[in-house]
Design a protein around this ligand. Structure first.
Ligand SMILES: Cc1cc2nc3c(=O)[nH]c(=O)nc-3n(C[C@H](O)[C@H](O)[C@H](O)COP(=O)(O)O)c2cc1C
Length: 277
């Protein structure tokens, strides 16, 4: 969310009121995303949960977030990041396996070769910390949710499954890429300068997947922007990020609310079946 400072808060309140009028947001601001640096927004809206990617903000900002009554969630991609997050004030930890779509939350390592898959990461983080662990990466349906709980997770964070929803604002080309049988995904730094999982497209094939000369995060995005815009005008997804996790193809084109309810219901049914087997 780009808005920040007092003007940002005013703008956000205005936008939020408009969304509430259209029935698209809750009165209490639930669903609004706040990121490090946008402290006024957190204090103005006091969301129940504030989650951080790429580590945590400095101690004074984190204190303001906690003083606003928010539960702080951090993202770990290896065990040492989870331990660091707990020691530095995270109330819950997302264990983001290498299968996950979008940016890796890595902050104590830059080695993508040693990033860990969800199946191996969740139980190791669950053993290493005492706060709740939220499994992320490759969880797209009830089977994934049940597996995550079996591995020691207290919850799941699902991203790619929601890209299929009509509410998702991804391009037609991105949407189509999610379900192509040959839609392999890869960790690449060529779109933003940081490792992130995208469907392989022409830009990734020809420049990456990992390029030492990619401009530093987030400058790489500006470098490819004109090419991306020109391609998107022609309906091509060849030069823009097609963020997706490894299990994105399992997603269904349901509305977001319907999908959430279906996932919860199906996961409960699967867990009950497993418990009685
Ligand atoms: C299109 C897309 C955008 C994402 N953007 C963010 C983000 O801004 N901040 C964040 O913490 N995680 C982001 N993620 C990562 C998700 O929060 C989550 O860890 C991931 O999607 C889980 O794996 P899955 O894609 O296999 O479901 C993004 C993921 C996707 C697919």
């Amino acid at each position: 969310m780009p808005a920040c400072g007092r003007r940002g808060v005013r703008l956000l309140r205005h936008q939020h009121a408009a969304l509430v009028r259209r029935g698209l947001a809750a009165e209490d601001g639930q669903g609004l995303v706040a990121v490090a640096g946008e402290d006024e927004l957190v204090e103005a809206f006091r969301p129940e949960i504030v989650s951080f990617h790429f580590g945590l903000p400095d101690k004074s900002l984190l204190k303001r977030v906690k003083d606003a009554g928010c539960v702080v969630v951090g993202c770990a991609t290896v065990v040492k990041e989870a331990v660091w997050l707990e020691q530095n004030g995270a109330d819950a930890i997302i264990a983001q396996g290498a299968e996950a779509g979008g940016h890796r939350g890595m902050f104590l390592t830059d080695d993508i070769a040693t990033q860990v898959g969800t199946f191996a990461l969740v139980p190791q983080i669950a053993d290493a910390v005492s706060v709740p662990v939220i499994a992320a990466g490759g969880v797209t349906d009830a089977r994934g949710i049940a597996a995550a709980f079996a591995l020691g997770a207290a919850g799941v964070q699902i991203g790619s499954a929601y890209l299929h929803t009509p509410e998702s604002k991804i391009s037609k080309a991105h949407r189509a890429a999610l379900t192509q049988a040959e839609a392999a995904t890869v960790l690449t730094n060529v779109f933003t300068g940081r490792p992130a999982r995208s469907v392989v497209n022409r830009f990734v094939r020809e420049v990456g997947p990992v390029a030492a000369e990619a401009p530093e995060f987030p400058l790489a995005a500006g470098a490819v922007a004109p090419l991306r815009a020109a391609a998107e005008k022609q309906g091509s997804g060849d030069f823009g990020p097609l963020w997706a996790g490894q299990a994105a193809a399992l997603g269904r084109p349901l509305g977001a609310t319907e999908l959430t309810r279906a996932l919860a219901k199906e996961a409960l049914a699967r867990l009950r079946r497993l418990a009685s087997a």
